[in-house]
Design a protein around this ligand. Structure first.
Ligand code: PMP
Length: 290
């Protein structure tokens, strides 16, 4: 039995999971999405992801033609159909089928797609040894143009940054905002540890309010590590004691070199490793069954 994908109320096999070439999700990147994880049969932070999806949709005036409860049930139904215990869920809502003009009023009904599959974003060695990352020329979208807090299907800004990182032989890119302050990575938030304090850029500087980022805040507070949102420059990163990235797909991953500069002693930091352990423990017990 092959993988089943949810498309507009139906579970269809992977090969039949198709949408129209007139869908504005394809034509214009007009739509929103979420990436969610399950661990041992528990969906991690499901409600937070669903809330963020509806907020992204509200912001672009896209009305999701389903209640939150209905959508949660559809996600669970898709996971059950695929008998997945450890999965990555991609939830997508597009503007729907329209004509070749960009006017969203021509789109009759948004399309809802739920893909559940496995994911391994980075190779295991980076989780053990830490990653080397670089800053890239492409700046993060300014919030006044396309707010990075909207998780939209329009990821070209991040893709350009990723291409620059890959071209330079790096796995991930740090994106600065238009003023040159650190925003985030192409699909992850960034943290540093300085003098036993956890620092991350405030989202108004141009990053997504990551759900993993919020979890890390809570875990740090629980073990009495102070956390602050702070404006950060590359200089601050270079001189950090520790650095790591967070995201649903990447989870939490140590960074040991930035633009050729060793971070701390060049090994994954103590506080970083402690938070990663706590994060993994939490994913095993905190979640919604399906
Ligand atoms: N920043 C960007 C640009 C992202 O796409 C993501 C999600 N992959 C994140 C940060 C991390 O967010 P979360 O922890 O909610 O997955």
């Amino acid at each position: 039995m092959g993988l089943k994908v949810y498309v507009d109320g139906k579970l269809v096999s992977k090969d039949d999971a198709k949408i129209s070439v007139f869908d504005h999700g394809l034509l214009y990147g007009d739509g929103v999405f979420e990436g969610i994880r399950t661990y041992d049969g528990l969906i991690f932070k499901l409600k937070k992801h669903i809330d963020r999806l509806y907020q992204s949709a509200h912001s672009i005036m896209l009305e999701i033609p389903m209640s939150k409860k209905g959508l949660i049930e559809a996600v669970k139904q898709t996971l059950r159909a695929n008998r997945l215990k450890n999965a990555y869920i991609r939830l997508i809502v597009t503007r729907g089928v329209g004509d070749l003009g960009l006017d969203p009023r021509r789109c009759q009904k948004p399309s809802i797609i739920i893909i559940t599959d496995k994911i391994a974003l980075y190779s295991e060695k980076f989780y053990k040894q830490g990653m080397e990352i670089i800053t890239v020329p492409t700046r993060r979208n300014i919030p006044e143009a396309l707010n990075p807090q909207i998780k939209s299907l329009n990821y070209l800004n991040n893709i350009l940054a990723k291409i620059e990182a890959v071209n330079a032989g790096a796995e991930e890119a740090i994106m600065l905002n238009s003023e040159g302050y650190v925003a985030e990575c192409t699909g992850d938030n960034l943290f540093i540890v300085k003098r036993a304090t956890l620092l991350t850029p405030p989202v108004y500087l141009g990053s997504l309010r990551g759900i993993t980022r919020d979890v890390i805040f809570d875990l740090a507070k629980a073990i009495k590590i102070p956390v602050r949102e702070e404006v950060l420059t590359r200089h601050d990163l270079f001189n950090a004691d520790e650095c790591f990235l967070t995201g649903t797909a990447a989870e939490a991953i140590p960074v040991v070199k930035i633009d050729g500069r060793k971070i701390g002693d060049g090994k994954p930091g103590k506080i970083t490793l402690k938070l990663i352990r706590k994060f993994h423990r939490l994913t095993k017990v905190n979640g919604e069954r399906y």
